[in-house]
Write a protein that binds this ligand. Structure first.
Ligand SMILES: CC(C)(COP(=O)(O)OP(=O)(O)OC[C@H]1O[C@@H](n2cnc3c(N)ncnc32)[C@H](O)[C@@H]1OP(=O)(O)O)[C@@H](O)C(=O)NCCC(=O)NCCS
Length: 253
């Protein structure tokens, strides 16, 4: 598995780097936030696939790498008009996007999930409504509501759930308490720590998480793997400042 992050400042002008289908999809999005996030996730996906395939990142080359969506929303990659032999998962938060790429055959079931969150305030109500009793106890053990420990733990568990729900390809159609996160207790020298997400269905999704500056990144997959390695050609997430550029211009042109 490999990963790459990009910041909003890197989004190219115009639509020349998008395929016709991607540009048409973006054009249906009236709100700047949605359209910018869609474009940002495309950039992360295209840059990551270009790095994996050793392709250039000029607009024409990026346009030949399409990141499209299955009916339920899960992404897939088409290169030069053909389905690519790799699996991707995409996420964005506050002006930053991450793409996780894995060869399709490497993981049984062939699905990955990645989710990016910023450490932001999470209320008692959020923790009570969306986390299991075991997870609530973990968050309480990290600090009082309003503390950095509480907020980091609540965002981390939420993110790991989203990653697992992406592997299941259901997203937030599912009850977030139908999956429960257990965190490992060590940090590797490369910054990744282990986690496991147990689903009520009996499925078990091993994964990894890391803290990069204000951001928390989690991933889950069908099968235990080494943590992903960072691809060249992205931006430094650890140095990334959260951006909310759409606030000044809520409606897209
Ligand atoms: C999956 C989901 C939880 C992610 O939402 P989020 O945390 O706000 O957004 P993120 O930036 O982390 O992830 C967005 C990406 O998740 C991926 N995604 C969307 N639905 C997915 C699904 N069912 N399974 C796996 N991945 C999915 C997509 O790649 C999407 O980016 P894209 O639309 O640009 O390709 C949310 O989109 C969801 O619940 N989707 C299913 C229900 C739904 O509303 N679907 C509408 C589309 S048909």
């Amino acid at each position: 598995m490999r990963w790459l992050a990009v910041g909003e400042a890197a989004i190219p002008e115009g639509d020349g780097w998008l395929s016709d289908q991607e540009a048409a999809r973006a054009a249906t999005m009236r709100f700047t936030k949605r359209r910018t996030e869609y474009r940002l996730r495309r950039l992360a996906g295209k840059r990551a696939v270009a790095a994996v395939l050793g392709r250039p990142v000029n607009p024409g080359s990026l346009a030949s790498i399409e990141v499209l969506n299955r009916r339920g929303g899960a992404p897939y990659v088409v290169v030069d008009g053909n389905d690519a032999e790799m699996d991707v998962s995409l996420t964005d938060r506050a002006g930053w996007a991450v793409c996780l790429v894995g060869p399709e055959g490497e993981l049984s079931g062939g699905t990955l999930g990645v989710d990016l969150e910023a450490v932001e305030p999470r209320s008692r109500g959020f923790v009570a409504d969306y986390l299991t009793a075991y997870e609530q106890a973990y968050v309480s053990g990290q600090g009082d509501p309003g503390s950095e420990g509480w907020d980091a733990a609540a965002n981390l568990l939420w993110s790991a759930k989203e990653s697992a729900l992406k592997v299941l390809r259901v997203g937030l159609r599912a009850d977030t308490r139908s999956v429960e996160v257990t965190l490992g207790d060590y940090v590797r020298p490369d910054g990744w720590s282990p986690l496991v997400v147990h689903a009520r269905t009996g499925d078990r999704f091993p994964g990894w998480w890391r803290r990069d500056g204000v951001f928390l990144l989690t991933l889950a997959s069908r099968q235990l793997t080494e943590p992903p390695t960072l691809l060249a050609g992205g931006d430094d997430l650890a140095a990334g400042e959260p951006v909310h550029s759409w606030l000044d211009r809520p409606l897209a042109d």
